[in-house]
Ligand binder design. Structure first.
Ligand code: NIG
Ligand code: FE
Length: 403
């Protein structure tokens, strides 16, 4: 079965091989997005074991026939967002912590212990429901690929469970046993013993359910891990066959970025505090800098300057970090708006960072672009141009297209 989609006023492919159509409205502002104006797309295939794929892209007046057709009536279409950083397997409520921060309380990672307790207590069915609800919330805002971390179990049984549940909804699962040292292990010698567990029994039990290993590398937090501890976790994960990603430079200057680059991590996430040396290291590397503006919004920390990264030639992605502590928003459109308003990105840069940038951060080349032969993961904007995404901030105009 094939489906023809017409009525696409602006098709944003994010495909560098598609030259932006010139001379049209907004041509300069959408440069780099590979725009096909007044376009049509044909989607085909799709079965139990293969996702529907893009079969044809081009001007609507040249579209081939298909088994059935839908007319979007003049909307914009872009690749579904790739949210490359989220923590969706959790229970409990930390809205009071957010409220306290808004009156000046700093964030230090201490609240993770509360989520850990609530998550351990929740049954599988409750966690599965919460997870499904959050993934559905994301799809309804245009996200079609999401990475999901463990990190609120913090013992073998509950870390494995988190990854098993996450695996049911995405192949992009990340073992984050090294989120913080759990409160029940913070006594003398407890820290070393916990790291032994994370790098030993916990890793062995979690690795079959995970693609990635991650660590909260943050010497500024008493609960998280310093450079040497983080190196140990990442090397153990790599030895167990996992690929690397890092939480780094969130609360202050630290070794996270340099470590991620040195070990060839796919991405280092947060990057709120960057030295010139950090930017230089990122620029010459295969490590993506993933910016999470919802965290700065929700912790009142300073937004990093994305211009500085783009000007240095760093690969940049945007993600939500959706989690109960530092950003409870699941909205990629909000992240795009914040990146444009607060981080110095142009709308086109932010849209690329949220699609093809996220795909790079996950080392995926089958998502994040609309291209013949690739997965038909599309998002529809109820507006004639994708520029409306940051422009109409807070208005739910983007959704994933169900095919
Ligand atoms: O990415 N920084 C560490 N982990 C999460 C926050 C976790 C929490 O506070 O629950 C983050 O910001
Ligand atoms: Fe995170």
């Amino acid at each position: 079965m094939s489906m023809l989609i017409t009525g696409i006023r602006e098709l944003v492919t994010c495909d560098d091989t598609v030259e932006n159509a010139r001379g049209r409205t907004n041509a300069d502002l959408t440069r780099g997005l590979g725009v096909v104006p007044d376009a049509a797309v044909v989607i085909g295939g799709g079965s139990e074991d293969s996702a529907p794929a893009v079969e044809w892209i081009g001007p609507a007046d040249q579209a081939p026939a298909a088994d059935w057709a839908i007319d979007l009536g003049g909307k914009a279409v872009l690749p579904g967002f790739v949210d490359s950083h989220a923590h969706l397997v959790f229970a409990g409520d930390r809205s009071a912590e957010f409220a306290a921060r808004m009156t000046g309380q700093p964030y230090d990672g201490g609240g993770i212990a509360l989520t850990m307790a609530a998550t351990r207590e929740a049954g599988d069915a409750e966690l599965r429901d919460l997870l499904a609800k959050r993934v559905g919330e994301m799809r309804s805002q245009g996200t079609t690929t999401v990475e999901i971390k463990s990190g609120y179990g913090l013992d073998v049984e509950h870390e494995v469970r988190a990854l098993r549940l996450a695996r049911e909804v995405t192949p992009e699962t990340t073992f984050l046993g090294a989120h913080v040292v759990p409160p029940d292990r913070r006594g003398a010698g407890g820290r070393e013993a916990y790291l032994d567990l994370v790098c030993g029994e916990m890793l062995a039990a979690c690795a079959p359910y995970a693609r990635w290993v991650d660590v909260f590398c943050e010497p500024a937090s008493a609960h998280a891990f310093d450079g040497e501890e983080s190196r140990r976790v990442l090397e153990a994960g790599r030895d167990a066959g996992l690929e690397l990603r890092v939480h780094g430079n969130q609360l202050g200057h630290g070794p996270g970025v340099q470590l991620a680059v040195e070990l060839g991590a796919a991405s280092v996430d947060h990057c709120t505090y960057l030295s010139d040396e950090d930017v230089e290291a990122l620029a010459g590397s295969g490590t993506v800098a993933t910016l999470l503006p919802g965290v700065e919004f929700s912790t009142r920390q300073p937004y990093p300057d994305a211009r500085r990264l783009f000007d240095a030639g760093v690969d940049v992605a945007l993600a939500t970090d959706c989690n109960p502590g530092t950003c409870s928003s699941s909205s990629m459109p909000l992240m795009i708006a914040l990146a444009v308003r607060e981080m110095g990105m142009t709308p086109a840069e932010a849209l690329r960072a949220a699609t093809v940038g996220g795909a790079r951060a996950l080392r995926r080349d089958d998502v994040g672009r609309i291209r013949v032969g690739q997965r038909a993961d599309l998002a529809v904007v109820d507006a004639p141009s994708v520029l409306h995404i940051p422009y109409r901030v807070g208005v739910p105009i983007v959704r994933a297209l169900e095919v």
